[in-house]
Design a protein around this ligand. Structure first.
Ligand code: SAH
Length: 343
């Protein structure tokens, strides 16, 4: 079966050629896909026989909204999508002054096992296809009835653990024939898979790479993030320095502030030392409490920020959107799984 939604225009043209169809038919089909048409049958300018051939030979799935929560405070909307195979994933719609942002998932679940994160509790079920990632952007925008200007790959899953599909997603979303979202308007967040960061650097994409650091010392980071146990912070920073050297793009370091775990002054000092000589900036995230986790939000965010700034580090504190809904990723999906297990 051919996945119609994960093909670029050239691949679609080649596929249509194998069906004995001219390239303008491929273009028509590509346009229908982009428009979010609910089914192949409704691609009304394709001959009926061709639609039948496509229906029999292609995958064309449309995600359903399983749940939607809208914040009464700031219009942030959280979507729980049910995919064709019954699995659920989340996307978030956020309205900022600089435009509308969609946060998307890259996998069903996650296998990285970070202690602070709800997405990893049930492990990884499967990777998402490029088409399923584009669909989150497309159908969220269609439902919100507005244009998307930014995309963040910060939902459920580890994008660099689904490297090929994510790369294909980036191409599709960036293509002028597609949603045409500029690479500079896309952020990709990783827990720090060093080999994949090195590989990504080679593509020299102009996206923003966010690295979830969460601790500057190996003891704390390995406790919070099993991925650190094999490589360590020094090796991760080497990949980050290389990434900047090759792409010229500054890295954004994510740092979720956790009470008595990673919020000490000595950790701010060590973090500043780590970043010396690598242009980048630190984004402090107030921890979202996860029911299943004993970790508690830090009370020292402002002090930690000041301490870092004192060392000349550029720091921002993430504004919390959607306080009144399940804003931290993975929690809506967890509830859905728990509910269906109870039934
Ligand atoms: N796997 C990728 C992207 C998904 S998580 C990554 O690790 O970066 C997106 C960001 O949210 C990461 O920085 C992650 O560590 C952070 N995060 C996860 N759970 C959180 C929580 N409970 N509170 C605050 N940030 C959290």
């Amino acid at each position: 079966m051919t996945d119609l939604k994960s093909m670029n225009p050239e691949e679609m043209a080649a596929f249509f050629q194998t069906l004995g169809e001219p390239s303008f038919r491929a273009k028509q089909c590509f346009r229908w896909v982009q428009g979010g048409i609910p089914s192949i049958e409704e691609m009304s300018n394709l001959p009926k026989a061709l639609r039948e051939t496509l229906r029999r030979n292609c995958i064309y799935d449309v995600p359903e909204i399983a749940r939607k929560q809208v914040s009464a405070l700031d219009g942030t909307a959280k979507y729980l999508w049910r995919l064709a195979d019954g699995n659920c994933i989340e996307s978030v719609w956020m309205q900022y002054q600089h435009g509308n942002t969609v946060c998307i998932s890259s996998q069903v679940g996650c296998r990285m096992g970070c202690a602070l994160c709800a997405s990893t509790l049930g492990g990884k079920v499967r990777d998402l296809t490029a088409g399923e990632m584009v669909d989150q952007v497309r159908y969220t925008a269609l439902d919100a009835g507005a244009e998307v200007s930014n995309i963040v790959l910060m939902g459920i899953g580890e994008p660099l653990d689904n490297f090929e599909h994510v790369l294909r997603f980036l191409e599709l979303i960036n293509r002028p024939e597609g949603m045409h979202i500029g690479m500079r308007h896309i952020s990709l967040s990783t827990c720090g898979l060093t080999e994949q960061i090195d590989k990504l650097a080679q593509y020299k994409l102009q996206l923003t790479l966010s690295v979830s650091l969460h601790a500057p010392d190996d003891e704390t980071r390995s406790r919070l993030m099993p991925v650190n146990r094999g490589v360590g912070v020094a090796r991760l920073m080497e990949s980050c320095r290389n990434y900047f050297a090759v792409t010229g793009r500054r890295i954004s370091y994510e740092y979720a502030m956790i009470d008595e775990v990673n919020d000490h002054d000595w950790q701010a000092d060590l973090l500043a030392r780590l970043l010396k000589g690598t242009p980048g900036h630190v984004n402090l995230i107030p921890l979202n409490e996860v029911e299943e986790s004993p970790l508690v939000p830090s009370r020292r965010v402002a002090q930690f920020q000041k301490r870092l700034e004192g060392h000349g580090v550029t720091v921002t504190v993430r504004r919390k959107l959607g306080r009144d809904i399940d804003a931290s990723c993975g929690q809506l999906r967890r509830r859905e799984i728990e509910q269906s297990e109870r039934q």
